[in-house]
Design a binder for this molecule. Structure first.
Ligand code: AMP
Length: 486
């Protein structure tokens, strides 16, 4: 299935390996025409979900990919953003030491120091597959570095979009007349020099993030977020992880706050909205869970971390990281820039706290691809994309290319393409055209047949059940508009 999926994505213009004609570059993928449309639709529905939410008041910004060294000193990335690696002394292969220990020994080393990781390898006498001994553990920096201008100052490709948000905090406060609570969001590329890119779109060296920093006064309670206290979400607790069971339990947000798994109702609000969003874009409920990060995985400044994980063919994987980062980042940037960063509330200067959901777009696309890829009763593969995100919404087919059916069909196409992404096709049998449209996940097909010439009606065929119903041509646009909302 996985092989078929990747072949179809390439064959039908969704995803291509980057620089393929030169043999490809590991950890980079390009989007083809249908991939771009799907990504844009995904981002549009994300904006509908989060930016139009009255309770959230989120402002979107766009900032730069190159960042100066001082920003990464302040954020801690310059010295702290690395992976531990080991080299086999005999075959010279390089491995991520933490992954090696997890995979070979089943020991979880997140949060352990380089020395501790080194000791585990020595004590357990871990050897390379070729039988060779490993070198001492070294650090490998994940930042891509470059030089700026004639002065050759150090600059870096940003490893996340979040820091550019913190350094724009004062700009938003001063230009947008905001009150707490409010959020700043950014959609854009991030870069990490991953040692072993793998699993297709899962671990990339260049990827798209959507990050929201949601600022609030920690001394206040915000009633508007209480509407979700009784909502239920699936949680993979620390206890179950320690038992190495896969059991997921359902909790209300209220219970999670009582048990101190969630720091407050704002955090709960985001988890509920994320859960709704991922269901809306087509991920089944039983393939979604929130993993409470273990103590050792949680940074010292964090007051709560839960990842939204999705079940893929190869297992569960983080797709959204959620963290309560307190006032850590604003204070760090204040210290390194020598500028006071605050917002005035009721005459008092406040450094707000922040909750950060961080979405990975390529991982989300991959989840959509995997969960929408189905076989029909003729054993043909097709994408069951939700109409709202499907790259092409409607296909328009004359039953045959004669007797004026094609003329009517072309006229309908000319009109509808002003409103929806449509395609017109007249070649091959109608069955073949339906199959091609299904394969790229077009949710609705309009067919113009002989009855159209008599009563001005056409058929709309639903991709998911092949059922058809007739609609008057003048009602096509409004009918489709309704159908495409889901
Ligand atoms: P992080 O800042 O590591 O918590 O990452 C936030 C989100 O970005 C993750 O949940 C992923 O969805 C995505 N992400 C992080 N690293 C990568 C990567 N190497 N390739 C693709 N997506 C990534």
């Amino acid at each position: 299935m996985e092989g078929e999926l990747i072949t179809t994505l390439q064959k039908r213009g969704f995803v291509f390996q980057s620089y393929q004609i030169y043999g490809g570059l590991s950890g980079f993928f390009d989007l083809g025409p249908l991939g771009v449309k799907l990504k844009n639709n995904l981002i549009d529905s994300f904006r509908d979900f989060f930016l139009k939410d009255e309770n959230l008041k989120i402002y979107e910004i766009e900032s730069r990919l190159l960042v100066p060294e001082i920003l990464l000193k302040a954020s801690g990335h310059l010295n702290g953003f690395f992976d531990p690696i080991v080299e086999c002394k005999s075959c010279k292969s390089v491995f991520r030491a933490d992954h090696l220990i997890e995979e070979e020994l089943g020991i979880f080393v997140e949060g352990k120091t380089i020395e501790e990781i080194n000791n585990i390898i020595k004590e357990k006498n871990l050897k390379c597959k070729c039988g060779g001994e490993f070198s001492d553990v070294k650090i490998f920096k994940l930042l891509f570095e470059s030089k700026l201008g004639v002065k050759q100052e150090n600059v870096y490709l940003r490893p996340e979009t979040a820091q550019n948000i913190f350094v724009n905090f004062l700009n938003i406060v001063n230009s947008m007349r905001v009150n707490l609570p409010f959020g700043i969001m950014q959609i854009g590329y991030s870069f990490r020099n991953e040692i072993s890119p793998r699993q297709f779109l899962i671990r990339l060296r260049e990827f798209t993030q959507i990050e929201i920093e949601f600022f609030f006064n920690p001394e206040k309670t915000y009633e508007q977020f209480n509407t979700i206290l009784k909502n239920k979400i699936p949680v993979y607790t620390r206890e179950e992880q320690e038992k190495k069971s896969n059991k997921v339990e359902i909790f209300t947000i209220e219970e999670l706050i009582d048990q101190k798994i969630l720091p407050n109702n704002i955090f709960g609000y985001f988890l509920v909205r994320e859960f709704e969003f991922y269901k809306f874009i087509g991920i089944p409920e039983n393939s979604l869970r929130f993993r409470h990060l273990l103590k050792e995985e949680t940074p010292f400044y964090s007051k709560g971390n839960l990842d939204l994980e999705i079940k893929f063919d190869f297992g569960w994987k983080e797709v959204v990281g959620n963290a309560y980062r307190s006032d850590y980042d604003l204070k760090q940037h204040s210290k390194f820039s020598n500028k006071e960063i605050f917002i005035v509330e009721e005459g008092k200067k406040i450094v707000p706290h922040v909750i950060e959901p961080s979405f990975g777009i390529e991982r989300t696309l991959y989840a959509i691809f995997q969960h929408s890829f189905k076989k029909d009763n003729r054993e043909w593969y097709f994408f069951k994309f939700k109409p709202r995100i499907a790259p092409i919404k409607v296909s328009i087919f004359p039953l045959v290319k004669k007797d004026g059916l094609d003329e009517v069909a072309k006229k309908i196409y000319k009109d509808l393409k002003n409103y929806f992404d449509c395609i017109y096709e007249e070649k091959d049998s109608i069955g073949k055209r339906y199959a091609r449209a299904d394969e790229i996940g077009i949710p609705f097909a309009i067919t113009i047949d002989y009855q159209t010439l008599e009563d001005n009606t056409v058929t709309i065929r639903n991709r998911d059940n092949s059922q058809q119903f007739r609609v008057k041509i003048e009602e096509l646009k409004s009918t489709l508009q309704k159908l495409l909302l889901s």
